[in-house]
Design a protein around this ligand. Structure first.
Ligand code: HEM
Ligand code: NAG
Ligand code: NAG
Length: 422
């Protein structure tokens, strides 16, 4: 199916008309949406017009302040310290909130991202466990990369195409480099603003541009059910949700250019920005999310729907066919053996993505069900919490049409060419 057909199906199915939430949808997100649509949308909401939260969250300077001194002083990584594609995790390691060597246990990841940024325990457990199992080796997994391990060794499994600032592997032969033109494109989207704020409204437009840019420039672009729909979307929403500075005036947060640059390891002038690998930094006087306003999985799911409201193409999974602008969408109904319709995916993308991961894990990893059990347990709790329809079997031949797809395939399988970068 071609992209346009799929998008037309989404639109016909009610993407534009949501929220028509049914039992597929996270109850929390559904309720929030109904309320959001009933109230007058504030065009000046710091998070972006129409985006959650409905009412400003509480702000408590003392508990939200993030220390950048003493044990948490910024120190540049040393030669043997691992750093990778995730600016949020690199910054935590540079400030000693994660071990400075860049390898941490599941518990250390959960503690760090919940306490510093205010990620929900559900989302943190999901992301950290997925990393430990998929990026291996279960314990003390790396935010950098080595063959088969670490974020950098996981192209197509965790690390994905059309990221905000990092380049696509098969466009640049490198998945870890920040592409200055991508940064400039984002920065310029607020060039005329009196007070630049890279909020969700800005980021969703940027997300649409990046999706199209990958189609136009990466011959092997893959936008997969899990890596595309879920992981790459998080890479966009996290920028505002976690990097925005909260205050009593703006408890939802404002993300100005200096704060964005600091988290993204960018220095230099507007005309000549410079990126330094591994130098991500939490700015001084930074305030994270309030505990009562944790960024949970239902919250994230709602943000994905917010992106899809103006960029419905992000709901279309698929891939380029070895040449640019040859994007073929994959029919979600076929790939899920009838478990999901396009409309159901459009209503609850996180459900589809997580169920897909669950169904595909054994083939994806080549790991035994015993080794996989911590991850299946976590994913099952996510899907039962969201009331997701399960996918018994993935139709893998529907995926085989993607020449850029490089599944992990087990500890001895080949690694995607160029996937380990420093
Ligand atoms: C345990 C928690 C986390 C895990 C396991 C994780 C993992 C990842 C992975 C695998 C990627 C690569 C995805 C891609 O290729 O697009 C990534 C990218 C990214 N992460 Fe994280 N992450 C976590 C927490 C965070 C937090 C707290 C933030 C924000 C403060 C964050 C911000 C980002 C951003 C912005 C990108 C995209 C970078 C770019 O291309 O510009 N992440 N993360
Ligand atoms: C965050 O906001 C507070 C209150 O406006 C301000 O004092 C502080 O400097 C800001 N921090 C950053 C990193 O911009
Ligand atoms: C699986 O996908 C392939 C390729 O899209 C398709 O030809 C086949 O009919 C599908 N199988 C089922 C059982 O739907």
């Amino acid at each position: 199916m071609k992209t346009s057909t799929v998008i037309a199906a989404f639109l016909a199915g009610g993407v534009a008309a949501y929220p028509n939430m049914d039992k597929m949808t996270a109850p929390l997100a559904a309720k929030a949406y109904e309320q959001a649509r009933k109230r007058a949308i504030d065009p000046k909401a710091p998070q972006g017009a129409g985006a959650l939260p409905l009412v400003p969250p509480p702000f408590d300077a003392k508990s939200q302040f993030v220390s950048t001194t003493g044990d948490h002083k910024w120190i540049a990584p040393g030669a043997s310290d691992q750093r990778g594609m995730c600016p949020g995790l690199n910054a935590l390691a540079n400030h000693g909130y994660l071990p400075r060597n860049g390898k941490a246990t599941i518990t250390q990841y959960i503690d760090a991202v919940t306490s510093v940024y205010g990620m929900g325990v559900d989302l943190a457990t999901f992301l950290a466990t997925y990393g430990a199992v998929i990026d291996g080796p279960l314990l003390s997994w790396s935010i950098g990369g080595a063959p088969h391990t670490g974020i950098g060794g996981s192209h197509g499994n965790y690390e994905s195409d059309s990221s905000p600032l990092k380049g696509d592997l098969y466009q640049y032969g490198n998945l870890g480099k920040l592409v200055i033109s991508q940064y400039k494109e984002l920065a310029n989207m607020q060039a005329d603003a009196d007070e630049p704020n890279y909020n969700l409204e800005v980021l969703r437009e940027f997300r649409g541009k990046r999706y199209q840019e990958s189609i136009d420039k990466n011959p092997k672009y893959v936008y997969g059910p899990f890596t595309g729909l879920l992981v790459s979307q998080a890479a966009f929403t996290f920028i505002y949700r976690f990097m925005a500075n909260k205050s009593s005036e703006y408890p939802e947060g404002v993300l100005d250019k200096n704060t964005l640059k600091s988290f993204m390891a960018i220095t230099g002038s507007d005309d000549n920005p410079v990126w330094t690998f591994g130098h991500e930094r939490i700015p001084d006087n930074f305030y994270g999310r309030n505990d009562l306003d944790a960024y949970t999985i239902p919250y994230f799911n709602t943000d994905v729907l917010y992106i899809a409201e103006t960029q419905p193409e992000i709901l279309a999974i698929g891939c380029n066919q070895n040449k640019v602008d040859s994007f073929d969408a994959i029919d979600v109904n076929t790939i899920s053996n009838g478990a999901y319709t396009v409309q159901q995916v459009a209503k609850n993308p996180v459900c589809f993505a997580t169920e897909f991961a669950l169904a595909e894990l054994p083939a994806l990893t080549g790991l035994s069900s015993l080794v996989l059990s911590p991850l299946t347990k976590v994913l099952n709790s996510v899907t039962s919490g969201l009331n997701c329809a399960s996918i018994g079997n993935v139709n893998t031949s529907a995926l085989a049409v993607c020449p850029g797809l490089t599944f992990y395939g087990g500890p001895t399988a080949p690694v995607a060419k160029g996937a380990i970068q420093s």
